[in-house]
Design a protein around this ligand. Structure first.
Ligand code: ADP
Length: 155
């Protein structure tokens, strides 16, 4: 017997959860896609955040629902405006890695006041670090983790 309280054991378990265990499949669009295409994709794929990649499949931006709503309020033709004009772009993107702890990713969502993070893998190209999008972590994943912990504890 370790002498640890139930609360200590629970804390230890929560602190071991990783991004890899809870991540979802990312939904990406190319930087040359139009705002109109992105609206169709975000709706059809039923996600809250799209990740924008370039021709080399490297992460270049993020698009939220409100980014797309804001762009729709203007008078431009949405089919002629590329997402690269309205996205939040690198290097201002908050990301995480598969091996990161889930609570650290949750902390980024809170601190940056955002709904989701791309899960990335670093690739070095001619001495520069680029990022490949391999997953997605959102508030929904956090909610699922919470429910799973509660149910595990119960059974
Ligand atoms: P919404 O704007 O639909 O409420 P968010 O709160 O996730 O959704 O996004 C708020 C702003 O932050 C948007 O402009 C979006 O482009 C940006 N954003 C969302 N996710 C990230 C991220 N992981 N890194 C940097 N910026 C992000």
């Amino acid at each position: 017997y370790t002498g640890k309280t139930g609360a200590q054991l629970l804390t230890e378990r929560v602190k071991k959860l990783t991004v890899k265990q809870y991540q979802s499949v990312p939904v990406v669009v190319n930087e040359s896609a139009s705002v109109y295409d992105a609206i169709c994709t975000i709706y059809l794929e039923d996600v809250g955040t799209l990740f924008v990649i370039n021709g080399d499949s490297h992460l270049v931006g993020v698009l939220s629902r409100k980014d797309l709503l804001r762009a729709s309020m203007g008078k431009q033709n949405l089919e002629s405006v590329p997402v690269s004009i309205i996205m939040t772009r690198m290097p201002n993107i908050t990301m995480c890695h598969e091996g990161d702890l889930l609570f650290e990713a949750a902390n980024k969502l809170i601190n940056k006041q955002i709904d989701g993070l791309p899960v990335v893998r670093d690739v070095e190209i001619n001495g520069n670090i680029k990022y490949e999008v391999i997953g997605r972590i959102t508030k929904t994943n956090m909610t699922k983790a919470l429910v799973q912990i509660a149910l595990d504890d119960f059974h």
